[in-house]
Design a protein around this ligand. Structure first.
Ligand code: TUI
Length: 313
């Protein structure tokens, strides 16, 4: 299968791993890339030297291209941005901010730059500053989100820019991939489905919580202070929402979430930790390898798209 994204990134399938902080490390990134997608190492809030080691360990696992996601709210973002240029990683994706200050340095290092955007305004700006593609991420995603849904955002971003668009948010199977292509996307970014992959290092409790989730089990906290985050409902989100409804300020709310993603991912504290996951968690019921996930998504998309051709003949 060929799209401008598979050509640009030199990958077999138009599937890119989401840049999930604490989760998207070398084992998962290496497995996604080895299976023909684009694996991603998420820098999250880690220092540059930790991520440099992750890059080296991923290179041990696969010769295929992979990328690094830089979370721009992190205090370490400037040093990580510099380090990925030194390491000449194939691809950089960014999240939770505007990366234009780094674009020239990354382009000079020959890196393919793919910012995640949640609006057409930022997509246009990124194109102007030399982005190779954008990820248009709807608010069905887990973690830090924007306002627009994937269904409404993707076609508007496709109309706003000439560079290829990757759809993200609410895509967990081949039906989602087929739908994204009909909206004009040329690849998809998938996070939540890879949480339960065999090669994913998240704690068993986290995987079980995702597989147990129903459609309405994800909630958004933090809207009141402008940093909305989607995660699975638990003791922490209930307490957070109670305090948010009482009008508590950012500092007080933040106390509930310091270290909470790490506690959920690494220690398996799915009651008091932050169990970031997208709205597709309700679709996810089984453990598979990354290769099985990717092959199943591709086969299902092909089947659905062939069905569409029949219906519209
Ligand atoms: O970045 C993400 N998802 C994330 S980052 C993250 S780590 C974190 N943990 C706790 C609190 C906050 C962050 C967990 N999940 N997705 C990409 C994304 N970027 N979604 C939305 C945006 C975005 C939003 C506004 C990008 C740019 C933007 O505006 C920038 C500007 O200057 O216009």
């Amino acid at each position: 299968m060929k799209t401008r994204i598979t050509e640009l990134l030199q990958i077999e399938y138009p599937i890119i791993e989401g840049g999930m902080a604490w989760v998207a490390e070398h084992n998962l990134a290496g497995a996604v890339s080895a299976a023909g997608g684009l694996g991603i190492i998420a820098a999250g809030s880690a220092p540059a030297e930790v991520i440099r080691k992750e890059i080296h360990m991923t290179r041990e696992l696969t010769d295929k291209p992979f990328g690094v996601n830089i979370m721009l709210l992190s205090p370490a973002a400037p040093e990580v941005a510099q380090m990925v240029a030194e390491e000449k990683v194939a691809v950089v994706t960014t999240g939770a901010g505007n990366p234009e200050g780094y674009m020239q340095m990354w382009k000079a290092a020959g890196i393919k730059v793919i910012p995640v955007v949640a609006s057409t305004a930022l997509a246009k700006r990124m194109e102007k500053y030399g982005a190779d593609a954008v990820v248009a991420e709807g608010c069905e995603s887990g973690g830090h989100i924007g306002e627009m849904t994937t269904m409404a955002l993707v076609p508007q971003v496709c109309d706003a820019v000439s560079i290829p668009v990757i759809a993200a948010g609410g895509i967990g199977d081949g039906r989602g991939l087929a739908a994204a292509f009909l909206l004009g996307a040329e690849a998809v970014q998938i996070g939540t489905r890879f949480l339960v992959a065999d090669e994913c290092i998240v704690h068993e409790n986290y995987k079980e919580r995702v597989m147990k989730a129903r459609d309405i089990d994800s909630v958004v906290t933090g809207r009141s202070h402008g940093h909305p985050v989607r995660s699975l409902r638990n003791t922490m989100t209930r307490e957070y929402m109670k305090l948010e409804n009482e009008g508590k300020g950012f500092e007080e709310l933040e106390k509930l979430t310091i270290g909470s993603l790490r506690n959920a991912v690494m220690e398996g504290d799915v009651a008091n930790g932050t169990v970031m996951a997208g709205q597709v968690a309700g679709l996810i019921t089984k453990r598979q390898s990354c290769a099985e996930i990717i092959h199943e998504i591709m086969a299902q998309a092909q089947e659905r798209l062939a069905g569409c051709v029949e219906v519209f003949r």
